[in-house]
Design a protein around this ligand. Sequence first.
Ligand code: AMP
Length: 131
Amino acid sequence: MASVFSRIIAGEIPSYKIAEDDEFYAFLDINPVAKGHTLVVPKKETDYLFDVEDDELGRMMIFAKRVAKAIKEAIPCNRVGVTVIGLEVPHAHIHLIPISKESDIYFNKGKLSLSQEELKSIGEKISGAFK
Ligand code: AMP
């Protein structure tokens, strides 16, 4: 069965899309730890990030770099932090999280509860900055 992320990529489940190309898709995490928390996933479904083939993994990082630059431009922060967990959704993905202090990237401090309007507005800001 297709992963929830493959269903998002196929348009079967809605998402706040940030950017996509032939191989990768970036969208807002629906339960963000910080405003602008974004996920980057390969369209080809692989469970574990470090099982993604070398060339594809390299291109994924370069795509994530472009997304991170857009986040940095759209959301006030010192850095865009990078996390890989993958315990909940078995479809390789990278978390990109705008941070100004270490605790901004903590997953165990509870998720933000943002309205649909706020997520939409954040998504539009980041996608508008994507080059
Ligand atoms: P993990 O697999 O542990 O890296 O966590 C999966 C992440 O995907 C979590 O941060 C979830 O909030 C996020 N997530 C799960 N389902 C969706 C969805 N339908 N849209 C956006 N983000 C999601």
